[in-house]
Design a protein around this ligand. Structure first.
Ligand SMILES: O=c1[nH]c(=O)c2[nH]c(=O)[nH]c2[nH]1
Length: 337
């Protein structure tokens, strides 16, 4: 839509001095620079950004007969220093989202693809270096969970999709500030059939839940964490350490398991293990929805229809509502004592 409004507040064009009053017909248009100026101080653009979503790429590293793959879904986002694209429809500083998509492919070709975090840093660095009008660049990468096929021995070029959990990372950098690397794991669904209880909670007139000394524990873990030092971090190893810490604190040893008095406690145990094991992680936040599997009350049925193999137990999986339990654990500054 052409820009024709006349009752806006306009910044002075640089060619017009303050005491000049050019005739309206000859004046160069005065330019609205910000939403605040455009709206006469009534509004301000408190956030903006634009980019390309779901740029999908498969990187194959062919080293003689041994092939390594990584499949990424990449999201780019740029925040320009000026608001003129939004306020005036002036695209002179706009790096098209189509060019952002091309950039992802070209950088992958030029530098290769290691971890989602390192590739994200390459993309962000490129946009800040190439375009001075970019104030902030972000790159989110979702990695597809390909694993090398194990046919007795690791296969040289065949892979199997193994979606135990999704790995993602989000790298962002504001000009003149340090790069921020956030990584995450999502969709890690687990269930155990014993060694879980929930007792001794508040009992009052709102309570119908009774103590459960034995219950099913199932959750879909989401975790995200921040690195304090991108240079020394081993991102692949950190991700595996987080996944293993969650599985270990949830399940325990294969023969005995580990007792969970609540989702809260199991979640905290996993977070503590991560901070103990990966020194580059500053903080970690986990979310564990409690996916309920309810006992089915069969006491109302006649014994002859409920009697069966005493080793059979039937539960009712309840998708919603689910308990929603989260915590964020961070390192405290070292004491100066
Ligand atoms: O581990 C649990 N924590 C809770 O806070 C809670 N609340 C609830 O109803 N069941 C559970 N289980």
């Amino acid at each position: 839509m052409p820009w024709t409004s006349t009752n806006r507040i306009y910044a002075k064009p640089s060619s017009t001095s303050a005491n000049e009053t050019p005739s309206p017909s000859l004046a160069s248009p005065r330019v609205a620079l910000t939403a605040a100026e455009d709206s006469g101080g009534r509004f301000e653009l408190c956030d903006h950004g634009y980019g390309k979503s779901s740029v999908k790429l498969l990187h194959v590293h062919r080293d003689e007969g041994h092939h390594v793959i990584r499949e990424f879904e990449v999201f780019t986002e740029l925040k320009l220093a000026s608001e003129t694209a939004y306020i005036l429809g002036d695209n002179k500083e706009v790096v098209a989202t189509d060019s952002q998509k091309n950039t992802v492919y070209l950088l992958a070709k030029k530098y290769g693809v290691k971890t989602p975090e390192e590739f994200g840093a390459v993309v962000v660095n490129h946009f800040l270096y190439m375009y001075k009008q970019v104030l902030e660049a972000k790159c989110r990468v979702i990695e597809y969970p390909w694993e090398r096929l194990q046919a007795g021995t690791p296969h040289s070029h065949a892979f199997v999709f193994s979606p135990i959990a999704t790995r993602w990372s989000e790298v962002s950098q504001t000009r003149h500030e340090a790069v921020v690397v956030k990584s995450g794991l999502s969709g890690l669904r687990v269930l155990k059939t014993t060694q879980s209880a929930f007792v001794d909670f508040v009992q009052d007139e709102y309570t119908t839940l009774t103590d459960a000394v034995e219950r099913i524990f199932s959750t879909i873990v989401e975790a995200e964490w921040i690195y304090d030092n991108m240079r020394t971090a081993d991102f692949d190893n950190a991700w595996l350490t987080v996944k293993d810490a969650i599985l270990d604190k949830f399940a325990g040893p294969p023969d005995t398991g580990v007792y969970s008095p609540s989702v809260q406690h199991t979640l905290y145990q996993a977070e503590k293990t991560v901070l103990e094991k990966v020194s580059e992680i500053t903080w970690i936040k986990m979310t564990m929805p409690n996916k309920h599997y309810l006992n089915i009350d069969m006491s109302k049925f006649p014994v002859n229809v409920t009697k069966g193999d005493p080793r059979h137990f039937i539960y009712h999986p309840i998708d919603q509502p689910a308990g929603l339990i989260y915590a964020q654990l961070r390192r405290r500054p070292k004491s100066k004592l």
